[in-house]
Design a protein around this ligand. Structure first.
Ligand code: GLC
Length: 451
């Protein structure tokens, strides 16, 4: 939907984002010190005064936005989204509208200012997560129908805080909304929210969490209903899954631990290959990955995260051209071996194996392959191609050539990579009975077919 206040067309504003591919989500606030995830206050039915008392005393000694930005750069992230305020209402900036903030309470620091400056300085695009809902405040829980006064007061408070954030910190690249549910776009005046964004930050892009409904998440069996609008905002936000949003460009947000977004000691970390896998899936389906870290209560990025993101950063340094940049992949059904992406007319095969045989077979490619190379190295690979069948030979085992994770083969084709009819199909979509002629070729008998 185009709003009259939008001075810059969506495709122009979205350009960098479509190419960036990989963002760092940072969930951090007083909850990090309490160790029960970002929503423990409500989930554990805490007394709100007790929560506030502890939040006000929170005084992280090691918050260092530059160190965060260094981790992000080393990890190969192109942008970040930091929780300016989560559902507990604690504002990580110097707001005039409440004293429940990092400036007015123990830290006496404007964390948002420090984050924005450090990330911008490091050359990353800068996003702010903004929870519309503050679960402590009864006005948020009111029935918003007919705009009762406590709801209107709460909504105004929210709009004004957004104005502060978008007018005091220079360029903000992304406004990442959340916490709209259970109120709908009319109740929030979501169009006005977007107008505020475009008026104050003409280049800004916004996500779609500006309504009560999440029909698309519900259809995917998502764990949460994050309040996604199917018309408002610039991009979709599948959460904990990588299914493309059918309506528009999308960014999947994913945790790096087992479930929670805020720091929770003892939660299992996902293995590096699993995190990298998410990135490759998103790149092959044409979307972005926003991977989360919850820094600890003192403000440090957990070493378990840094270790994983550094490894992915090293992988990206060698193989980034298969991932960064607009475009998708999935030229042929390649699920048996890994993922495909297409960038600048080249086809990349990302092999999802810890070890693999030296020959990789691809079936269904119509383009002629002129050259095959192991990305991030000068290793040329052999190519044997007959009709729709391609064999790439001499593929080194994973773990060699300094590539411990997911080797990538770059194929230079005789034009933009295209597939045969078989290659274009995905076996379990459409009517699989179309494969009957293929089975007929062997004859009807249940006994072993012989020539
Ligand atoms: C969900 C969670 C919230 C988290 C967000 C990230 O909406 O409820 O805590 O911040 O996902 O996408």
């Amino acid at each position: 939907m185009t709003l009259t206040t939008q001075k810059i067309p969506q495709d122009v504003r979205m350009q960098w984002f479509r190419a960036a591919r990989y963002g760092l989500f940072i969930h951090w606030g007083p909850y990090a010190a309490l160790g029960f995830g970002e929503q423990g206050m409500l989930r554990e039915h805490m007394d709100q005064r007790e929560y506030e008392r502890r939040a006000c005393a929170w005084n992280p000694a090691h918050f260092d936005a530059k160190a965060w930005a260094d981790t992000a750069v080393r990890g190969g992230f192109k942008y970040a989204v930091f929780t300016a305020v989560h559902h507990d209402g604690y504002c990580n900036w110097d707001t005039d509208l409440t004293d429940f903030s990092s400036m007015k309470q123990a830290p006496k620091r404007d964390f948002v200012a420090e984050y924005v400056e450090a990330f911008r300085e490091a050359g990353l695009k800068v996003g702010l997560y903004f929870s519309l809902g503050d679960l402590r405040i009864p006005g948020y829980w009111s029935d918003s129908t007919g705009d009762p006064p406590d709801w209107v007061a709460y909504r105004d408070y929210t709009h004004h805080r957004l104005r502060e954030l978008l007018s005091r910190y220079g360029t903000i690249d992304i406004a990442w909304f959340d916490g709209a549910w259970p109120h709908n776009a009319n109740a929030w005046q979501s169009k006005k929210i977007l107008e505020i964004c475009h008026e104050l930050q003409p280049h800004i892009i916004t996500n779609n969490r500006l309504d009560a409904e999440s029909p698309y998440s519900a259809a995917q069996g998502a764990m949460e209903m994050p309040g996604e609008s199917s018309t408002l905002g610039d991009y979709g936000t599948p959460e904990h899954h990588t299914t493309p949003d059918p309506n528009r460009f999308w960014e999947s947000c994913q945790v790096s631990t087992s479930r929670l977004w805020g720091f929770t000691p003892g939660e299992h970390w996902r293995p590096t290959w699993d995190l990298l896998d998410n990135l490759c899936v998103c790149a092959s389906k044409g979307g972005n990955l926003l991977m989360n870290v919850g820094p600890d209560g003192e403000g440090r990025i957990p070493p378990e995260f840094a270790e994983r993101s550094d490894a992915i950063g090293r992988w990206l340094a060698a193989n980034g051209e298969a991932v960064y940049g607009p475009g998708a992949g999935d030229i042929t059904e390649f699920i048996s071996r890994g993922y495909q992406t297409v960038r600048d007319g080249k086809l990349y095969l990302i092999l999802r194996y810890e070890s693999q045989p030296p020959t990789v077979r691809v079936y269904g490619l119509a383009s002629r392959v002129l050259k095959a190379r192991l990305l991030g190295s000068d290793v040329e690979l052999g190519v044997e191609q007959r009709d729709a069948e391609l064999h790439i030979t001499g593929v080194p085992a994973a773990g060699t050539h300094g590539l411990p994770l997911y080797p990538v083969i770059e194929l230079t084709c005789d034009g933009d990579p295209t597939a045969t009819d078989f290659g274009k199909q995905r076996i379990w979509s459409g009517d699989p009975r179309r494969y009957r002629p293929w089975a007929e070729a062997r004859g009807d008998s249940p006994y072993v077919a012989r020539d």
